[in-house]
Design a protein around this ligand. Structure first.
Ligand SMILES: *Cc1c(COP(=O)(O)O)cnc(C)c1O
Length: 406
């Protein structure tokens, strides 16, 4: 199998021009669509004439032309057959899991995942009779050992949030195939850097709120999968996106479509700066973790799976050990050095800094945080690409020295 080249694939699909030949596509905001001949309406409802079959659109909770433009670009980027867009990353994740799991089903999931996903698996799905076993994402054998006869899904992030542990996607794919399971991968931290479908994943989910949109001004998600699975999600009788209704607004789809073409440029620059800052912190003796540093435990596994031209991503961590020290460093970085903002989320053009244990991972009980190797003083830093890089290196150096981290 040749390596998937996401950047090439994104330009190979049919260009969508605007109504008057505009270089931007138009925004099709209609909630409903005219049927020219009355006898086509029943055929549309039977699924015989939908846009997937070259036919017409029906209603925008089902398919919408502008949302479709974005979905096609995402499918090309991921190398998946089809894609669907949703109103949030959590909608993409929860609808996908609810489509695949029913009362009595079992899931094996990474224990180091986004807090909302963890809460959904640990607290919400059990109320519907779906149980999850949590395992270390870097321990492939642990996934296999946790499989039961009723297991339906293996679930992981490639680069774990926030401990930056790496999952071995090709190995997990082999296990999933051997046991007839669906491997779902959340690639939110590493779009373009990893192409999980080419590595053997069945379904890729995204929070497009982060790097893909890149401007921290919309909440959005997507599911990239086979055509068959996306049509299941959109089924008029049992489709979880169609019936639970977390639809993407066409205006949001347009905004993201206009930013997707420069995602490759942005990812390269996030990676270049994060590597420079991580190296500088390492030289200063700071407790930095970044997958691009050869000393990082997961460096080799990352390299084996990455699309090299996009680098090692924009996420690094600094373990300040205690919440007090983490807070002092965040405050210094924001208020004295103007290095970035104390805020959750990631993938913005400015740097965002948060203390995971007391923010995005706070849904995870403290005992479980300790088990997954999440220290209460772990700062997650999502490196942006604004400002002069040499200034950034001086700012971070002054800050870690001021709080006594080095
Ligand atoms: C933010 C995030 C989500 C949730 O996405 P929303 O768009 O906020 O619903 C899921 N997974 C990861 C890895 C995230 O960072």
């Amino acid at each position: 199998m040749g390596k998937h080249n996401p950047e090439r694939a994104m330009t190979e699909i049919r260009r969508e021009f605007g109504e008057h030949g505009g270089v931007c596509p138009c925004i099709s905001r209609s909630s409903t669509f005219t049927v020219m001949e009355p006898d086509t309406m029943p055929e549309i409802f039977e699924g015989l004439r939908g846009p997937d079959k070259g036919g017409c659109f029906l209603y925008s909770r089902h398919f919408n032309p502008t949302v479709d433009v974005l979905a096609r670009s995402l499918a090309a980027m991921e190398g998946s057959e089809f894609a669907a867009c949703t109103g949030s990353g959590m909608a993409a994740i929860s609808c996908t899991l609810l489509q695949l799991c029913h009362t009595g089903s079992h899931i094996v999931a990474s224990d180091t995942i986004y807090g909302g996903t963890h809460a959904f698996l640990k607290d919400t799905l059990p109320q519907m009779g779906v149980e999850t076993s949590f395992v270390d994402p870097s321990d492939t054998e642990a996934f296999e050992k946790a499989i039961r006869p009723e297991t339906k899904v293996l679930y992981t992030e490639v680069l774990a949030n926030p401990t930056l542990k790496m999952a071995d996607i090709p190995a997990l794919s082999k296990i999933a195939k051997a046991h007839n399971l669906t491997l779902i991968v959340d690639n939110t931290f590493t779009p373009l850097i990893f192409s999980p479908i080419a590595l053997g994943a069945d379904i890729v989910v995204y929070s497009m709120t982060k790097f893909i949109n890149g401007a921290s001004d919309v909440i959005a998600g997507s599911v990239c999968a086979s055509k068959d699975f996306i049509l299941q999600l959109m089924d008029l009788h049992t489709g979880r996106i169609m019936l639970l209704g977390p639809t993407m607004d066409p205006r949001t789809a347009f905004d993201i479509s206009q930013r997707l073409p420069h995602l490759p440029l942005r990812m390269r620059e996030h990676s270049r700066r994060a590597l420079a800052i991580a190296k500088h912190l390492e030289e200063l003796g700071a407790p930095v973790q970044y997958p691009g540093l050869p000393a990082n435990k997961h460096h080799d596994r990352f390299k084996a799976q990455m699309n090299e031209e996009f680098g090692f991503g924009g996420m690094l961590t600094l373990d300040c050990k205690t919440t007090e020290k983490a807070n002092a460093l965040m405050s210094h970085l924001q208020n004295k050095e103007n290095f970035g903002y104390i805020a959750v989320s990631l993938g913005y053009f400015d740097t965002l800094i948060s203390c995971s244990g007391s923010s995005t991972s706070s849904e995870i009980p403290v005992e479980d945080q300790a088990k997954m190797g999440l220290s209460p003083g772990l700062l997650r830093i999502a490196i942006g690409y604004t400002g002069d890089l040499a200034d950034r290196l001086s700012q971070v150096e002054r800050a870690v020295k001021a709080v006594g981290l080095v």
